[in-house]
Design a protein around this ligand. Structure first.
Ligand code: NAD
Ligand code: MG
Length: 398
């Protein structure tokens, strides 16, 4: 019998890679729902190829356009719109697997709905877990939901912990490529452009996570994500710079053993692992040629160069909604940087200011989380306005 799949964020990098893996195993999986925000052309193409039962565009105008275009070719596809519809296709009965691949806090409600409905959740959308930590993990526990990490590092850790007594693990070594600015002159960082920030040396990713990788906030979010997924604390997680991105992370045990997971940097590996778990299926990924790679390098992470990493560690230690605030301020700052309304080096400043202006509190309910998320977004936007009152922040594009 085939497994019903919903892909939240189908038109993004992870969504497209997921369809690529499913394409290689077509009878095994049935695509029931594909969702996107505004990318009508791309979702239309995907609908023609996959004939899902539902296509959701969050944006109502985009949904109307898609509906009109599908009316002639695929009238059986039901086109829906709005966040409620995302929740519907993430939790409906026929669905076995939900790929959570929306970017940012917009993914929280449907991803949580999938966890609450007891679906097998493939978690790429790390922001949802960073925002809602305990509430999300409580839902997973209550429903006995199978939560499989798709983030390559967490997928690696999951694989290295497999079948082991977690208590015997001493430390998680979370690898990071260091992004495009690992060796960039410090004084030039203020003038880097969105295009430079999005040109990741090893991974092809959406623009928001690419900027997060360039500031290393991505690694900070991943430290928080790892704490929740593996029930540990930040002091048991060490970030290790590894520019080749071949070792995706490591687990150190009390007996001195260190287990690592290696592979070419290709998201189809963790996606295939998540889809088929506990089995393995082919992913279409090139075999790893260590002789050609020849050398693997490691160094410590530099929190002077990358203050966002320090802010994330501090937020996790503070606990409660502090990580919600961190995530919200980061999303606003990154969006402003991508619109050339903020300098690259201002991203950390906006987050720090927002954290200073809003204290975290116990994250005891989803309502509290959403409230602090909204407040933090407003405060971050105000901090940007204060920094650049006239809305041309003198940005150079060279
Ligand atoms: P992307 O920008 O390429 O795609 C984002 C998807 O989310 C698109 O389908 C878009 O339509 C949808 N979307 C955007 N805003 C939305 C909104 N407001 N409401 C509903 N849908 C919305 O991003 P990506 O690179 O595929 O990353 C997706 C998630 O996976 C992120 O959380 C990212 O951190 C995580 N992730 C990505 C990678 C990677 O290699 N790309 C690796 C690890 C984790
Ligand atoms: Mg990652």
């Amino acid at each position: 019998m085939s497994l019903g799949v919903t892909i939240l964020g189908a038109t993004g990098t992870i969504g497209v890679n997921t369809l690529n893996v499913i394409q290689q195993h077509r009878p095994r999986y049935r695509v029931l729902a594909l969702t996107a925000n505004t990318a009508v052309d791309k979702l239309y193409e995907q609908c023609l190829e996959w004939s899902p039962r539902y296509a959701v565009m969050v944006n109502a105008d985009a949904a109307a356009q898609l509906r009109q275009r599908l009316q002639l070719s695929n009238p059986d596809i039901e086109v829906l719109s709005g966040v409620e519809s995302l929740i519907q296709v993430a939790s409906m009965d026929e669905v076995d697997i939900v790929m959570a691949a929306i970017v940012g806090g917009a993914g929280l409600l449907p991803t949580l709905a999938a966890a609450r409905a007891g679906k097998k959740v493939l978690l790429a959308n790390k922001e949802s877990l960073v925002m809602s930590g305990q509430v999300f993990m409580d839902a997973v526990k209550q429903q006995n939901t199978r939560l499989l990490p798709i983030d390559s590092e967490h997928n690696a850790i999951f694989q290295c912990l497999h079948g082991q007594d977690k208590l015997a693990a001493r430390k998680i070594l979370l690898t990071a490529s260091g992004g495009p600015f690992r060796t960039h002159p410090l004084e030039a960082l203020a003038h880097v452009t969105p295009e430079q920030a999005c040109a990741h040396p090893k991974w092809v990713m959406g623009r928001k996570i690419s900027v997060d990788s360039a500031t290393m906030m991505n690694k900070g979010l991943e430290v928080i994500e790892a704490c929740w997924l593996f029930d540990t604390t930040p002091d048991h997680i060490e970030v290790l710079i590894h520019p080749q991105s071949i070792i995706h992370s490591l687990v150190e045990y009390i007996d001195g053993s260190v287990l690592a997971q290696l592979g070419n940097p290709d998201m189809r590996t963790p996606i295939a692992y998540g889809l088929a778990w506990p089995e393995r299926i082919a992913a279409g990924v090139e075999p790893l040629d260590l002789k050609a790679i020849a050398q693997l390098d490691f160094s410590a992470a530099d929190t002077d160069r990358f203050p966002c990493l320090r802010l994330a560690y501090e937020a996790m230690l503070a606990g409660g909604t502090t990580t919600t605030i961190l995530n919200a301020a980061n999303e606003i700052a990154v969006a402003a940087f991508l619109q050339a309304r903020l300098k690259f080096t201002d991203i950390a400043k906006i987050i720090e200011t927002t954290l200073a202006n809003l204290s975290g509190r116990t994250a005891s309910s989803l309502e509290i989380i959403l409230e602090d998320d909204a407040k933090a977004r407003d405060l971050a936007e105000e901090a940007i306005q204060r920094l650049y009152p006239s809305h041309s922040p003198l940005l150079r594009t060279a």
